[in-house]
Design a protein around this ligand. Structure first.
Ligand code: UDP
Length: 329
């Protein structure tokens, strides 16, 4: 019996693979390496290079490896890019997920864990959101993920098939043992960008707007450590296998930090100064969004271990330094 991880050569997926191996699972990774790296896949897992919408390949993999669960990360993840290229996002995140779900159901895979996103809520009236907050995505990225959640809901009603959709808040940090981390080129996410500035890979960084209605004028997010996040997936897998039924749950810590607070934390932990320029707002950004994550704790028994901004930043900075050494080789 094994677990199929799509996008397992990417940032979150590569951490998931380590978590599963640490827990004694057999793992097969399907990744087309468009943004991920083969070296990011732990040696104990088998990497197959291919597309999640190649049904012949996927169904062969499921049968050959006796896959009982799919954890689906493969997809496109950059909000402004989705605004510029909506059809690309609906293809990668919605159409291809449909194909993967169909393969799962056809082959009798009963457990499916999906990487959803806080972007399904858009800009909520209350910055604290629970799973019943109205779903009003403001970007094609958020809509593309929500459409997949809805497909999963309908398939769970129609078939012998159950799913967990975890709505991620701002995933950041790196494996505390530095076995993997955020390695994507052309990163746009705040902590990664700030760590690149702190390690001299950028000569400055931009803050997208200081005129928001927040205490310091910058947007507020709930930053969750990637290792805590993948542990929630493992707990979700155990719950599904135990017959726990389908579930949608937020995954965040329930605490928000502003952009400037994050930058201060990166400067403090790295003990470096770097130039920060204020520029215009970025399209598609919500003012403030923070998880109410009681469901994740109560349903999954999730107990985060790295709920501390400086710990997250410290792990991210260590990975950035390691990545520099690796890229110099
Ligand atoms: N941000 C920023 N400068 C950057 C990257 C991000 O000011 O170089 C801001 C962005 O406008 C948002 C917050 O940081 O308010 C988090 O953005 P990120 O892209 O990390 O995640 P998102 O919440 O968009 O998924």
């Amino acid at each position: 019996m094994s677990v199929l991880v799509t996008g397992g050569a990417g940032y979150i997926g590569s951490h998931m693979v380590w978590e599963l191996l640490d827990q004694g699972e057999e793992v097969v990774v399907l990744d087309r390496l468009s943004t991920g790296f083969d070296w990011a896949v732990a040696g104990g897992a088998q990497l197959v290079v291919g597309d999640i919408a190649d049904q012949e390949l996927v169904e062969d993999l499921i049968r050959t490896h006796d896959v009982d669960a799919i954890i689906h990360f493969a997809g496109s993840i950059i909000v402004p890019e989705s605004v510029a290229d909506p059809l690309g996002y609906y293809l990668n995140n919605t159409v291809k997920s449909r194909s993967l779900i169909e393969s799962a159901i056809r082959c009798g895979v009963k457990h499916f864990i999906f990487s959803s996103t806080a972007a399904v809520y858009g800009s909520p009236e209350q910055f604290l959101v629970n799973e019943d907050t109205s779903l009003q995505p403001e970007s094609p990225y958020g809509t593309s993920k929500l459409m997949t959640e809805l497909m999963l809901r309908d398939c769970a009603a129609a078939h012998d098939f159950e799913f967990t959709a975890l709505r991620y808040f701002n995933v950041s940090g790196a494996d505390p043992d530095q076995r993997t981390g955020q390695s994507t080129k052309g990163a746009t996410h705040l902590i990664k960008v700030a760590c690149e500035a702190a390690t001299g890979k950028r000569d400055h960084m931009d803050v997208f707007g200081t005129d928001y209605d927040t205490p310091d004028g910058t947007c507020i997010r709930d930053y969750v450590h990637v290792s805590d996040l993948v542990n929630a997936h493992y707990l979700a897998l155990r719950r599904l296998r135990a017959g726990g039924g389908s579930l949608v749950a937020n995954c965040g810590y329930g605490r928000g930090y502003s952009v400037l607070e994050v930058i201060d934390a990166v400067k403090a932990v790295s003990q470096t100064e770097f130039e920060v320029r204020v520029v215009d707002r970025r399209p598609g950004d919500a003012v403030a969004i923070v998880a109410q994550a009681e469901r994740c704790r109560s349903e999954l028994g999730w107990q985060p271990r790295y709920d501390d901004l400086r710990t997250i930043v410290s792990h991210a900075l260590q990975w950035e330094a390691k990545l520099s050494r690796r890229n110099r080789q």
